[in-house]
Write a protein that binds this ligand. Structure first.
Ligand code: 4AD
Ligand code: MG
Length: 430
C-alpha cells in the first residue's frame, strides 16, 4: 500500500507500506544500508539489511546514487528516539531512474551556484521547509481576509498606470501602445472597494529594481486589502491583526519546518497586538539619538530602518511620512499638509519594511493637484479620478510583500530563498 511519509501513524506500525520518492542520502555499514528517503511530504529512514532484502537487491543498492528515484517497500517501526517519527525496515527496493552525479552535495556551495541550480536546490531539506512555510502564509493571508468577509479581487498585470512611480517600471509593447507590468494592484483595488466594500488583491507585482539588495526582487507577490470607510487608525489595526495572525498560524503549523531552518521561534511568540506606533518625526528623533545626522524629509534607508525597528521587539508602525517622499495617492494630513496619512510597518530583528499602506486622497481637486505635482499624465488616470466623482468616501489599505514577510518569519538573510524561482537584477535563469 502506497503511503505518503507525512501520513504514517501508529496504525501503520508493523504493517507493510510502500514509499515512492527519491534517495536523499545513503550510509552503509557492513551488511546494512541506511537509506534516507524523501517523497515531498517528509523524510524517513529505510534500513535495508542484507537478510531482509536479499543479496541481489543489497548489491544493487550500492549503485543507487543520491536523488535517484526509488520505490521502497517495508515494515514500519517506531523511531527508537524521536516521538512521532518512524522508520522502515525495507524488504524491497526498486530503482525507478538512476540519477547522474548530483551537483548539490553536502559541502558548502556559493549562492550563485545554488541559484543556477535552483530547480534542484529546491529539493534540499531547508528549501522544502521554507516553501512549506510560504504555503502556510499564503493560505493564512487568504483565510484572514476571507474570514472577515473580504472579496478576492484580481487586478490586471498589464496596465497603463504607474502606481508606485515611474522609475521602476517594466515596459512592454501592447499592440503599439506602451504597457507596464503591474507594480501594485492598489488603484484597481480602490475601484473594487467602492463596488464591494472590502476587497483584497493578491498577485504578482513587478519592479525594475536596479540595485542588488537582500530585500528586493523584481517579481514578488503582494497582498493588498482595500476598504471603503477605513481611515489611518483602522488601517493600522488591520495590519497588526493581520501580521499577528500570520505568525500565529506558522507557529501552529510549522514547528518542524522552523526547527529545520533553525529559526529561533521564541522571537515570534510575542507578536500580538497592539504594535507600537510612532510618527515619522519620532523615528527621525530615534536616529538622531543614535548619532545619525538625519534630515527631516528624507527617506529611510535599510540601515535606518534597522536601527528604528531594533528598538522594538514587535513590528513597529511608522506613520505620517513627509508628503514629498510618498506616492501621489496618499491623503495629506488635514492637520499638517507636510505629512501624509501613510504607514510603513517595519519588522523586528532588523528586517525593515514589510508593509506599506495609506489612507487615500479622496478629494478630486486635491488628487488632481498631486497628479500634477508628480508630473503624471492625467489621461491614464481618468478612470481613477472617476472614483472621486461618483460617491467618493474616505478609504485605504496596505500592501504586504509576501517574500518580505516570509523572510522575517523564517529569520532568513536574503529574500531569494522565499520564492521558488527568484527574479533579481541579472537573474532570469532558471
Ligand atoms: O510600499 P509599497 O511600494 O506600497 C505599494 O505598492 C502600495 N500601493 C500598497 C498598497 O497600499 N496597496 O510596497 C508594498 C510592499 C512593501 O512594504 C514591501 O513589503 C513589498 O511590497 N515590496 C517588495 N518586496 C520585494 N521586492 C521589492 N522590490 C519590493 N518592493 C516592495
Ligand atoms: Mg513602501
Amino acid at each position: 500500500m502506497h503511503v505518503y511519509i507525512d501520513k504514517i501513524t501508529n496504525e501503520h506500525v508493523d504493517k507493510e507500506i510502500t514509499i515512492k520518492g527519491w534517495l536523499y542520502n545513503k550510509r552503509s555499514s557492513g551488511k546494512i544500508h541506511f537509506l534516507e528517503l524523501r517523497d515531498g511530504t517528509g523524510l524517513i529512514q529505510a534500513i535495508a539489511g542484507i537478510t531482509d532484502v536479499g543479496e541481489e537487491i543489497f548489491e544493487e543498492i550500492k549503485k543507487i546514487t543520491q536523488e535517484s528515484s526509488v520505490i521502497v517497500t517495508g515494515k514500519v517501526s517506531k523511531h527508537p528516539k524521536k516521538e512521532n517519527f518512524y522508520e522502515l525496515v525495507a524488504t524491497k527496493v526498486e530503482l525507478v531512474s538512476l540519477a547522474q552525479e548530483y551537483p548539490i552535495s553536502k559541502k558548502e556551495h556559493g549562492p550563485d551556484f545554488l541559484l543556477d541550480n535552483r530547480h534542484l536546490w529546491l529539493r534540499s531539506k531547508r528549501q522544502m521547509a521554507i516553501m512549506r512555510i510560504r504555503h502556510t502564509i499564503v493560505k493564512a493571508c487568504r483565510d484572514f481576509f476571507d474570514n472577515r468577509g473580504y472579496t478576492l479581487f484580481d487586478s490586471p498585470i498589464l496596465t497603463g498606470n504607474a502606481c508606485e512611480g515611474t522609475t521602476t517600471l517594466f515596459e512592454t509593447d501592447y499592440f503599439g501602445q506602451p504597457a507596464y507590468l503591474s507594480q501594485s494592484g492598489q488603484l484597481y483595488g480602490e475601484a473594487g472597494a467602492f463596488a464591494l466594500g472590502k476587497i483584497y488583491v493578491f498577485g504578482p507585482t513587478f519592479r525594475a529594481e536596479k540595485s542588488k539588495t537582500r530585500r528586493h526582487l523584481t517579481e514578488f507577490w503582494m497582498i493588498e486589502p482595500e476598504v471603503a470607510y477605513l481611515e489611518l487608525e483602522g488601517i493600522m489595526e488591520l495590519a497588526e491583526d493581520f501580521l499577528s495572525y500570520l505568525v500565529e498560524r506558522v507557529l501552529d503549523k510549522n514547528k518542524v519546518e522552523l526547527e529545520i531552518i533553525e529559526r529561533d521561534f521564541k522571537k515570534l511568540e510575542g507578536i500580538a497586538p497592539p504594535f507600537p506606533r510612532i510618527s515619522y518625526t519620532e523615528a527621525v528623533e530615534i536616529l538622531r539619538k543614535e548619532g545619525i545626522n538625519f534630515e527631516w524629509g528624507g527617506d529611510f534607508g535599510a540601515p535606518d530602518e534597522t536601527i528604528i525597528s531594533g528598538k522594538f521587539d514587535k513590528p513597529v508602525m511608522v506613520h505620517r511620512f513627509p508628503t514629498e517622499i510618498k506616492a501621489f495617492y496618499m491623503k495629506r494630513d488635514p492637520k499638517n499638509e507636510k505629512v501624509v496619512l501613510g504607514v510603513d510597518v517595519l519588522a523586528p530583528e532588523g528586517y525593515g519594511e514589510i508593509i506599506g499602506g495609506a489612507q487615500r486622497e479622496d478629494n478630486l481637486d486635491f488628487l488632481l493637484e498631486r497628479i500634477e505635482e508628480h508630473k503624471l499624465p492625467r489621461e491614464i488616470f481618468e478612470w481613477y479620478l472617476d472614483l472621486r466623482k461618483y460617491g467618493s468616501v474616505p478609504h485605504g489599505g496596505f500592501g504586504m510583500g509576501l517574500e518580505r514577510a516570509v523572510t522575517w518569519i523564517c529569520g532568513l538573510q536574503h529574500l531569494r530563498e522565499t520564492i521558488p524561482f527568484p527574479r533579481m537584477l541579472q537573474r532570469l535563469y532558471p
